[in-house]
Design a protein around this ligand. Structure first.
Ligand SMILES: Cc1cc2nc3c(=O)[nH]c(=O)nc-3n(C[C@H](O)[C@H](O)[C@H](O)COP(=O)(O)OP(=O)(O)OC[C@H]3O[C@@H](n4cnc5c(N)ncnc54)[C@H](O)[C@@H]3O)c2cc1C
Length: 490
């Protein structure tokens, strides 16, 4: 196999998958107006791997000489982690926008399982072989691989007992060919991806009872598998004008309710089965690698916020005022806080239990929390600096209509006195960009995505809590307060 081209990727989506959007079943995902922009973005990513001038950033080779996408190489050194950062930044530079769930972010969740091969071997040696095979296969076949974690859970209180999984995805049959699964998952990008790593949702698996065993399964599912139904949410960009909504029309990543209506998963695709221990393990380690790629995207979004605030303030002459500079400095401080966590997570990277190189876990998980917690404050500061025109500027049609154009020209031309004139078209374009970054339906959706898509805040705090070794702090206070070990034990 070789690196895929954009065209090959688009054709590969025509595999008979059952996709619904706006209440209708569709046949050609790549050409459907709701999906076309984001499929084109992913196709462009595939084509970037073939550009000679980008080869060293976008690709690498396996030991046997096979050329693969840089993002799919198992990281075994700090250089590999730095190369992942370069890969993500190069892609985002080229696309001119921020997309999250494009394969590189989700493959890391397989690497977490790769780290647990010894444990999987104890459960069933077949499963350890399968994980190794699939990590290799994604790289060699250049597959767009996504991640399905969250079920529509119904009454959450029923799940706390650890006895009854209710409607959660579970195995209904086991036969010579594989397992048959029933249930549903939420999954961004499923309708235009090749396969997903499906796994149990967040639960206290350690405290669960044997009755939960059918729910404790992890597997690779082909996105065109018979019985799989993609019920997608409507696009934010499809009925919009690109000038007025430059981000929604190009970068909307469509989310799917993925229904498994008795889907057969061949044994070769099963990664664990009836293993509550494996379910607990993967929930505790899931974002060990992928949080890095995810937080890199938030860093890029922070850059867009700073650029938007800065250009607006410069256009209107506000950067001459000290308090405005201070607000910009606050934005820079948030941005550099995220950058510092990511940079330090690589320079203090640690060896994983499976012998890979993972970003420093404590710095990565606290960096993810820092980024997500501060993002709404960054957005609000940007809103404040852009001003109310962000919300009340007439759309581009007003610039074209001769009856209204002269007024728009008059009131939206800025910078004449400073000798740096911004035409009404340019001023409006910046305001439309700011609106789509901060205020549109797409912008609101994006904020919710950032809050939840790599698990809800409480789970992110648990990851930070569990990855920070608190013994040093304990010891400091033991000594400072002159506590004996015995006293401390009490
Ligand atoms: C835009 C978007 C895209 C998404 N994409 C994906 C995807 O690609 N793949 C995927 O698998 N999932 C995806 N998700 C789903 C996401 O992972 C879940 O929304 C998230 O895990 C929270 O689950 P929930 O929505 O069922 O909320 P619930 O589990 O019902 O939780 C809601 C809230 O209840 C509280 N709560 C619940 N349980 C606890 C607890 N034990 N301790 C403390 N507080 C608690 C918290 O405040 C929590 O935020 C996406 C979600 C969004 C919004």
């Amino acid at each position: 196999m070789a690196l895929m081209t954009g065209e090959e990727y688009k054709k590969s989506l025509n595999d008979g998958r059952e996709v619904y959007i706006d209440g209708e079943q569709i046949t050609n995902v790549a050409e459907h107006p709701s999906f076309k922009p984001i499929v084109d973005a992913k196709a462009r990513m595939y084509d970037l791997n073939h550009k000679p001038e980008l080869k060293d950033k976008m690709t690498t080779t396996l030991p046997d000489g096979e050329e693969i996408c840089r993002a799919y190489k198992l990281p075994t050194s700090k250089e590999d982690l730095e190369a992942i950062r370069t890969y993500v930044e190069t892609v985002l530079d080229d696309l001119g926008g921020v997309v999250y769930r494009m394969g590189d972010e989700t493959i890391g969740e397989m690497w977490s399982l790769y780290d647990a091969q010894d444990q999987l071997n104890d459960v069933d040696p077949r499963f350890a072989r399968n994980i190794e095979y699939h990590v290799d296969r994604v790289a060699r076949e250049d597959l767009f691989h996504v991640s399905a974690n969250t079920d529509p859970k119904g009454d959450r209180s029923k799940l706390f007992g650890g006895k009854d999984g209710g409607k959660l995805l579970h195995v209904v049959e086991e036969n010579d060919e594989g397992i048959v699964v029933r249930g549903a998952k939420f999954e961004t990008a499923a309708a235009y991806a090749h396969q997903a790593f499906v796994k149990p949702t967040i639960l206290d698996w350690q405290a669960s009872e044997e009755s939960m065993a059918p729910f404790a399964c992890g597997f690779i599912c082909d996105m065109g598998a018979p019985g799989l139904k993609h019920i997608c949410r409507s696009s934010f960009g499809v009925d919009k004008n690109e000038t007025d909504y430059p981000i929604s029309t190009n970068f909307d990543e469509i989310d799917t309710l993925l229904v498994f209506d008795d889907v057969l998963i061949p044994w070769d695709n099963v990664l664990f089965h009836r293993s509550r221990e494996s379910a607990g393990y993967i929930r505790n380690t899931l974002h060990r690698y992928s949080a890095f790629n995810y937080t890199l995207r938030i860093l890029r979004r922070a850059d867009y916020l700073i650029g938007t605030a800065l250009l607006n303030a410069e256009q209107t002459g506000l950067t001459k005022i000290q308090p405005v500079k201070e607000k910009l400095s606050e934005l820079i401080t948030y941005r550099e806080g995220i950058n510092a966590h990511l940079t330090a997570a690589v320079s203090n990277a640690e060896e994983s239990p499976g012998g890979l190189m993972m970003p420093n876990q404590s710095l990565l998980y606290t960096g993810r929390i820092y980024a997500i917690q501060n993002f709404p404050a960054m957005q609000h500061l940007t809103r404040e600096l852009v001003g109310g025109q962000l919300a009340i500027t007439p759309d581009s049609a007003a610039l074209l209509n001769p009856d209204t154009k002269e007024y728009i020209d008059k009131y939206y031309t800025v910078g004449e006195d400073a000798g740096e004139v911004w035409t009404p078209e340019e001023r409006a374009k910046l305001l439309y960009f700011a609106r789509d970054l901060l205020n549109s339906s797409y912008a609101g959706h994006r904020t919710t995505f950032e809050l939840f898509a790599q698990s809800p805040p409480f789970a992110q705090h648990m990851a930070a809590y569990n990855s920070f070794d608190m013994e040093k702090q304990r010891e400091l206070v033991r000594k400072g307060a002159n506590l004996s070990s015995k006293e401390y034990a009490k």
